[in-house]
Design a protein around this ligand. Structure first.
Ligand SMILES: [Fe+2]
Length: 299
């Protein structure tokens, strides 16, 4: 598919005033206030709901996403995951924080970095990338059950995605999670969005295909709930998640930022990865380079 997993706009080391400010110690993201019990729940379940946590960021993030949608090829990794002739639209795009000012504001000036650092219970929060999604009304396409980590060129346990709902979502089409799956000690093959097929099959380090959660719902602790715009879901890169193929009755936009904690290290993958950073200048086991992945919060 045209544009699928492609650097339509090449990756270069970000040069931004915010990064200079961070390096000079003049920019510190605001604190997120979170209870110890919530941090424990995140550690235990690998998923945590925070109602209304980023309510004030819904409008700016929608505006950022509108830029992305207005000219998809001017931004990175525009992907359409609806087959030809299917109703609706499933669009996503990522790694655009240096190009979209509203995304950048969220990354550098919202309490997201502090929230990430606190729930990962480490000494810092390092920004990995952001990812925006749109499912238009009428779309009937499941996001297959998957973990995020097998797509990424990282390994480790201290990770979090901060997923901000930008529209209200009914429970039957909301993202669902398998609680505790981040602690199974298993990383399954990643899947193609378009047809749910495994890829990177046969490579080292995978535990096989994702179990058939849909067919055995009683065997898994599945959680999913309706969301209001601004509601936020935190989940680990290792937590299994997916959606049903229920029909979207209205547009669903979402904005996710991904964060790395103390034990996350570069992992070179033989097969396809996302983002497929070119010439990363890192070897397996290295800390992720801070000029590409800035540390935005320290404890
Ligand atoms: Fe995912």
């Amino acid at each position: 598919m045209e544009g699928f997993n492609q650097w339509t706009v090449p990756w270069t080391t970000p040069e931004l005033p915010e990064l200079d400010e961070i390096r000079a110690g003049n920019l510190e993201p605001p604190e997120f206030h979170i209870e110890d019990e919530q941090i424990e729940a995140y550690q235990r379940d690998g998923v945590l709901y925070l109602n209304g946590a980023f309510e004030g960021w819904v409008e700016p993030l929608r505006a950022g996403l509108a830029r992305n949608l207005s000219d998809p090829m001017a931004f990175r990794f525009p992907a359409e995951s609806n087959a030809e002739g299917e109703p609706g639209r499933f669009f996503d795009s990522y790694c655009n924080w240096p190009l979209i000012p509203e995304y950048r504001d969220f990354v550098f000036r919202s309490p997201a970095a502090s929230l990430a650092g606190k729930v990962m219970q480490g000494s810092y929060a390092q920004f990995f990338h952001e990812h925006a999604f749109v499912k238009e009304a009428g779309t009937q396409r499941a996001t297959p059950w998957h973990q995020d980590i097998p797509y990424y060129t990282v390994r480790g346990d201290r990770s979090v995605s901060i997923y901000v709902a930008l529209d209200d979502v009914e429970e039957d089409v909301a993202v669902r999670f398998v609680r505790g799956s981040h602690r199974w000690g298993e990383v399954f093959y990643p899947k193609m969005w378009l047809d749910g097929a495994d890829f990177n099959v046969g490579e080292d380090g995978y535990a096989g295909t994702v179990p058939d959660i849909e067919a055995n719902p009683g065997s898994y602790d599945v959680v999913g709930r309706a969301l209001t715009a601004g509601d936020t879901i935190l989940f680990s890169f290792k937590t299994l998640h997916g959606t049903t193929d229920g029909v979207m009755r209205r547009r669903r936009r979402a904005f996710s930022t991904r964060w790395l904690g103390d034990d996350m290290r570069y992992l070179e993958r033989a097969g396809e990865s996302s983002p497929p950073f070119p010439d990363p200048g890192m070897s397996t086991g290295d800390r992720m380079r801070e000029d590409w992945f800035p540390v935005l919060w320290r404890h």
